[in-house]
Design a binder for this molecule. Structure first.
Ligand code: ATP
Ligand code: MG
Length: 202
């Protein structure tokens, strides 16, 4: 069990940013495990607008990614979904996500959850130094990636082991494209939604 210091009586709000194209059980397990270990009151999933790192790739419509995220999280009373990055328009920068969430939740301490691969990139993000003043960062293990806080501000980041799920959205999309199943990689409702909207069928 780990607990970070936070202000007295402050709500503890986890933030799980992602493209969620589609959301899968790796995202959900990471959020659930961090919520338990860090005694979070809530985890808000924030689907990106057009992600700047992926601007050269095809990304599904924000509305489809948003709805899949809602479907996947709806049954968990601790999970919610925010449209802030989608509604802001333009490319999504985590610094804007955190500034907006802080303004909307002045009563809360923010805990930004990120996989090992994304954590390793963080110093390349816009306004990297300021990120750590807005939220405590929690890096989680991800199969195939080394989890390290090398080069990151001391005290700004916690590293957490979560159950290993070798699932990626890229792999889910590739499977759908060739007719392979994504059952049990993503929630049942998301399998149905992908099928209903004919997503990822090249
Ligand atoms: P893509 O393959 O399209 O990049 P992805 O599976 O990496 O998709 P993202 O939406 O890019 O999913 O990831 C959102 C966040 O979830 C990132 O911080 C990422 O590191 C983390 N994450 C994704 N999959 C896992 C996993 N299987 N285990 C732990 N963390 C994960
Ligand atoms: Mg990714």
């Amino acid at each position: 069990e780990q607990q970070r210091p936070s202000g007295p009586g402050k709500r503890r709000l986890g933030v799980m940013g992602g493209t969620f194209d589609p959301i899968h059980h790796g995202h959900l397990v990471a959020a659930s495990e961090v919520a338990a270990q860090f005694h979070l009151d809530e985890v808000v999933f924030v689907p990106t607008g057009q992600p700047w790192q992926k601007s050269h790739k095809h990304v599904s419509l924000a509305e489809d990614r948003y709805l899949m995220t809602v479907i996947a999280t709806a049954s968990n009373p601790q999970f919610s979904v925010s449209r802030i990055d989608i509604d802001r328009g333009g490319p999504t920068y985590t610094i804007d996500t955190l500034r907006d969430l802080r303004d909307l939740n002045s009563d809360a301490d923010l805990f930004f959850i990120t996989g090992a691969d994304a954590l390793a990139q963080i110093l390349t993000w816009r306004d990297a130094e300021e990120l750590f003043s807005l939220a405590h960062f929690i890096g989680v293990t991800r199969p195939g990636h080394d989890l390290t806080d090398d080069g990151l501000p001391k005290g700004g980041v916690s590293l957490v082991e979560v159950p290993a799920l070798a699932i990626s959205s890229t792999d889910c999309r590739a499977r759908v494209a060739v007719g392979e199943p994504v059952w049990y990689l993503v929630p049942d409702g998301v399998v149905r939604y992908i099928d209903k909207r004919a997503l990822y069928r090249e």
